[in-house]
Design a protein around this ligand. Sequence first.
Ligand SMILES: Nc1ncnc2c1ncn2[C@@H]1O[C@H](COP(=O)(O)OP(=O)(O)OP(=O)(O)O)[C@@H](O)[C@H]1O
Length: 341
Amino acid sequence: MARPGDNETNLPFPILVGDIGGTNARFALLVDVFAEPKQFPIVQTADFANIDDALQQCILDKSSVQPRSAILALAGPIEGDEVPLTNCPWVVRPRDMIANLGFEDVLLVNDFEAQALATASLDESDREKIGPGIERSAASRAVLGPGTGLGVAGLVHARHTWFPVPGEGGHVDVGPRSERDYQIWPFLEPIEGRISAEQLLCGRGIMNIYHAVSAADGIDAPLETPADVTAKALAQADRAAIETVSLFSTYLGRVAGDMAMIFMAKGGVFLAGGISQKILPALRGPEFRAAFEDKAPHSALLKSIPTYVVTHPVAALAGLAAFARMPDRFGVATEGRHWKR
Ligand SMILES: Nc1ncnc2c1ncn2[C@@H]1O[C@H](COP(=O)(O)OP(=O)(O)OP(=O)(O)O)[C@@H](O)[C@H]1O
């Protein structure tokens, strides 16, 4: 058993935690293990040529307390000393951050790993339960987040420790099941011969479903953005948009149920990502949960598993903060992604 201070992941305070997506970067500072995280205004990645400028101008120049370490969650695989971000021209170079910005330690993790860490510590007020299910505090979880893409991760509970399992679960194959699916599927465009979950369950996926529904019915598809489609659907104002969001909820339920079975996620399946919060009224409808439970011969198991929409505005930061304060609670792998001065 590691003693306090022995752990590779006991980074020195003050610790800067950051969640860097394609469009937005969110940061908070933990002064010490007891203090509440101090959140900084959200940064648009497009406003800064690189991450070091953003950190200097938005964090370091604005705070009297200077961070000694940083834990950053990034969208994309972390390999080597230069990590390019998906959907954004920034490249994260931890060695430069240590040399130029005064950090002693930099740890990089995957963005959905941070979302997974968050699911272990979210309060009741930071999540909304969808449907039935038995709440179990010490059981594995899974998180799915439809946003610019579809992020997926597991959080395995073993040996009194939470182990985040990042992966590429958003890219699993999906296929038609209902009669209506078989009408729509021919109008979905395969990528290299297949349809993956991410082609349906993200912003672009909403448009793919909307266009396929419209094409199957031989009608025009005038709506131009995912936000237009969901707004029309939630206002009950457009038939194709309503069906699109209904199918999106069904497909999200199916994939969420698959992830629940893969991770034996008796602790719950959590829906993160920007889109889940925006279509919350639709996810409360019957489609999501019915599809989640429709997993013969394991329907009884799925019925017992709770599902939640994460409503915390910066859940990934909350997950990183929980880890920064109590690293021994979590089995976060640091090999190849922890840089020290
Ligand atoms: N009201 C809405 N309904 C449905 N989709 C939306 C809505 N508003 C934005 N989107 C879509 O959500 C996606 C962005 O998702 P999200 O806000 O989760 O960003 P992200 O992937 O976390 O990236 P970042 O962290 O850079 O902001 C885009 O594809 C966008 O078109």
